[in-house]
Design a binder for this molecule. Sequence first.
Ligand code: SD4
Length: 330
Amino acid sequence: MRIADHEIITMRRRSFIKAGTLLTSGISLPVLAKKKDTKSTGRPTVISTWDHGLMANEVSWSVLQAQGTSLDAVEQGVRVVESDPLVRTVGIGSYPDREGIVTLDACIMDYHSNCGSVAFLQDIENPISVARKVMEETPHVMLVGNGAKLFAMSQGFKETNLLSELSKKEWESWKLAAKYQPIINIENHDTISSIALDSMGNLAGACTTSGAAYKMHGRVGDSPIIGAGLFLDNEVGAAAATGLGEAVIRTAGSAMVVEAMRNGKSPQQACEEIVKRIMKIHPDTKDLQVGFIAIDIQGNYGAFSLKRGFSFAVCDDQKGHRLVPADYLN
Ligand code: SD4
């Protein structure tokens, strides 16, 4: 079944993102994209994981419509989700690890294959913007833990308490049962991964999460790992993941989705192929959920998950904003 056949919810453009919101929220105005020689149709499109993808896409789309870059679009979009304390699996207000500490993972990638990443980052509300600084201001790709935090602070990011009262209370009752089992299942995996194509035909992607609730202290998932949680090749397409990071890392999931597109698969077929590959190497998939989103350089997109329940948000010129339930394997 093609995605277009089962798009069920067409979202009317919501009005809460007014022009002024970007300015007052400390988000910089979009940088104008430079024209590049490309085979792309230059059909701006943004696709993001889960329901909160709608909220990210609202901002991303306003950047794309103002001829901004896909890089600005995805960064500014996912920042809104990071800064929303009601989203419990990204940024401020997230579930902590089993020691009661919120640790965040994020990465970003642009059409030149520049990338930046932070992992096991604490006390910083917008890891995606730190990842972008790593990409733009250092010779490195990845900074972790205290090093990432010190770098963030040197770049002007403020130290912030990320553990909300609600998350603290829930963690305390989780501890009573002392079931030291990271929770990442069909109800609880809400990383935001976002990939976009701008009017200059350039791709970018961003991925940000607090990872598995009550994970071991120090655990890093797929989301900050280029090739696992996110990958793109501007000649081919972009892909990003959500779900159990360990399974995505084992298969270099997002890189493989892009390679499948390079080998002629559509974004939809490519996502399906890698989900099937993941299922094949996991004998027990009872508690396993993984999902991918993908877009090619022409603006065609697809998504697929192992289990039911995965949704993604998409916006393009033709149909505007909508939330789409992804096809799934079983
Ligand atoms: C992780 N992949 O840390 C992330 C979690 C996730 O939707 O995607 N949640 O394993």
